[in-house]
Design a protein around this ligand. Structure first.
Ligand code: AMP
Ligand code: ZN
Length: 111
């Protein structure tokens, strides 16, 4: 997708420091962090949201959560706790229509 900012980061047409990369995901810092640690685990494939995951892709969501766990350990919030969040669609507050998982931590997160 040419006009998708997360695809541009995945394709490296937009310069962004990647904290992790494998064949399925990239991880980078959120540009407007809502907590001391705010990372985005982003699928390499342009999938619009969790609503658009096919049954055959269910392992992708599990992989994203597993990488988030490893990032929590690496970035020092594993023991203190953290929040993992998929925003889905309009009422879910999703702004970027490309599948991503938020990892937030480093402070107490209200409700
Ligand atoms: P969502 O509301 O779940 O779609 O979240 C999208 C997130 O992407 C927001 O927290 C934005 O701050 C973040 N974001 C948007 N553009 C960029 C960018 N170029 N680099 C890093 N994070 C971004
Ligand atoms: Zn995309």
């Amino acid at each position: 997708m040419d006009d998708c900012v997360f695809c541009s980061i995945v394709n490296k047409t937009l310069d962004k420091e990647l904290l992790y990369e494998d064949d399925k995901v990239v991880v980078f810092k959120d540009i407007l962090p809502k907590a001391p640690v705010h990372l985005l685990i982003v699928s390499k494939e342009h999938i619009l949201s969790i609503n658009h995951i096919q049954d055959s892709q269910e392992d992708l969501a599990g992989h994203m959560i597993n990488i988030a766990r490893k990032m929590a350990l690496k970035y020092g919030v594993y023991e203190t706790g953290y929040r993992l969040m998929f925003n889905v669609g309009k009422d879910g507050g999703q702004v970027i229509p490309h599948l991503h998982l938020h990892l937030l931590g480093g402070k107490f997160l209200e409700g």
